[in-house]
Design a protein. Structure first.
Length: 125
């Protein structure tokens, strides 16, 4: 992902998602981005944050059951302001004839449940 982002990958961010209908606004992508990065371009903020993810932030890899032929998604978790857990789910794909990379950010929202140390297989305790 870092290689793709540092070499011109486009970021696709779902600010408003169908899955957010009926969900508490606090747990939506739009609310989280507006709260954490109020004076920034969301795509610039996301790129910066994605570039700083590490193996310690990694939670798991999941297969997309709605689109089984697409690449797997990676889930990460990070804590902001020493108290706000943020769930991050991304997919990096090569698209088009020339293999242009795109990073799809499906989720970047406050976590509905607090993170537990056991959720992070590579985190040092």
């Amino acid at each position: 992902m870092k290689y793709a982002l540092n070499n011109g990958a486009k970021i696709e961010f779902q600010a408003k998602r169908l899955v957010d209908n009926g969900r508490d606004e606090k747990y939506t992508n739009q609310y989280t981005i507006n709260t954490l990065f109020p004076d920034e371009n969301p795509l610039y903020a996301l790129k910066r944050e994605l570039l700083t993810l590490s193996a310690e932030d990694y939670m798991r890899t999941v297969k997309d059951i709605r689109f089984p032929n697409r690449s797997e998604m990676r889930e990460f978790g990070r804590t902001y302001n020493a108290k706000d857990d943020v769930y991050i789910k991304i997919r990096v794909e090569l698209l088009g004839t020339y293999g242009n990379a795109t990073t799809f950010v499906m989720s970047f929202h406050f976590a509905e449940k607090p993170f537990m140390p056991s959720m992070f297989p590579y985190r040092k305790t």
